[in-house]
Design a protein around this ligand. Sequence first.
Ligand code: KG4
Length: 404
Amino acid sequence: MKEKLIHDGSEALPQRGSGEGAGPTFILGIESSCDDTSAAVLRDGFLLSNVTASQAVHEAYGGVVPELASRAHQQNIVPVVDAALKQAGIEREQLSAIAFTRGPGLLGSLLVGVSFAKGLAASLGIPMIDVNHLHGHVLAHFIREETPSDSPLKGEDTGQKVSPLRGDLEGSVLSFPFLCLLVSGGNSQIVLVKSYKDMEIIGQTIDDAAGEAIDKCSKVMGLGYPGGPIIDKLARQGNPDAFTFSKPIIPGYDYSCSGLKTSFLYNLRYWIKDDPDFIEHHKEDLAASLEKTIVDILMKKLRLAARDLKIRQVAVAGGVSANTGLRNAFHDYARRYGWKIFIPRFSYTTDNAAMIAIAGYFKYLDKDFCPMSAPAYSRIAEDTWKHPAACQKSRRDERPQTGV
Ligand code: KG4
């Protein structure tokens, strides 16, 4: 098993001109798993455009309302795909394949993207590639951008040094195997990434995800939605040691965040009895202490896994990877334990189609297409994480079947 894991993953990386035939390979990626409608175009594995329409409609409700999300996707999908093709400077007839998020996510939201991908693929007679949304987050580290002077991507989010693989601050190449801490609103997982298609969840939350816990604590404090960016901003001005919240004791590499959420709530209720304006007076310290507790929980298990598996390449992905405290902790652990760390650019932390397109591109190189009958799935069982059972391989030259 060990031998199988030790190999350089660079053979899987996109190379210029690696598409089949004479012309370049253009992949359209579509993401609609939650409340972001996104479309991206790759040429031979290099990103040409990445357009996302977010849905402000949920802010008033303090969380995503599934019915409103799918309606907004319906309104957004055509203009977003049009804009992605336009920014990429190509016609839809030039597309080689369409990669789409098949799951997990909100079923009503997924159905919009899946149905659109099927319709467009059928009309163009090109293959479809189904992508596990979580694989997309992990593979976001392999997004490479083409930035000619007129590129719409130029000048966007240039806070970090440009490198061939995004998120790599030192300019070195991420190869397999590596560990990835995948933290979002719905997931907290430690993933052992052996290749672009062989990923194993070695630890995961047994209850709430980290992002979910942050969002709920933010709600309890009467702050807006999503809570993550608000807590992050407040935490920068607070004392992380001001308050102590309970941390879980869970065996192995698994996580639990619901106890922290309850501890946060009960402590607040207690403190508010003496000072009704306690939150207003202490919101920065509360945010900083909450962030520190969550980051500690996440990093300790990650360190344990890295030590046990003797893996030093460690990446982070998902919406919570935008968190400043977590990013700082990665740098701190890199110094302390000799980790080579990979942190995605901010634009690739939250849901986006660029990560779906790159995951699709890897499958395209393997001719790993899916049939028209591939349904969307809201959840994905662990044993089907690697290869969704319902999706069988179809051949590169097989035209998609219509009528589903
Ligand atoms: O990956 P994502 O966009 O959506 C999915 O859940 O798939 O992640 C969203 C989560 C939310 O819980 C949001 O509060 C959190 O990511 N988040 C953050 C930050 N930005 C987004 N959490 C902490 N700090 C941030 N800066």
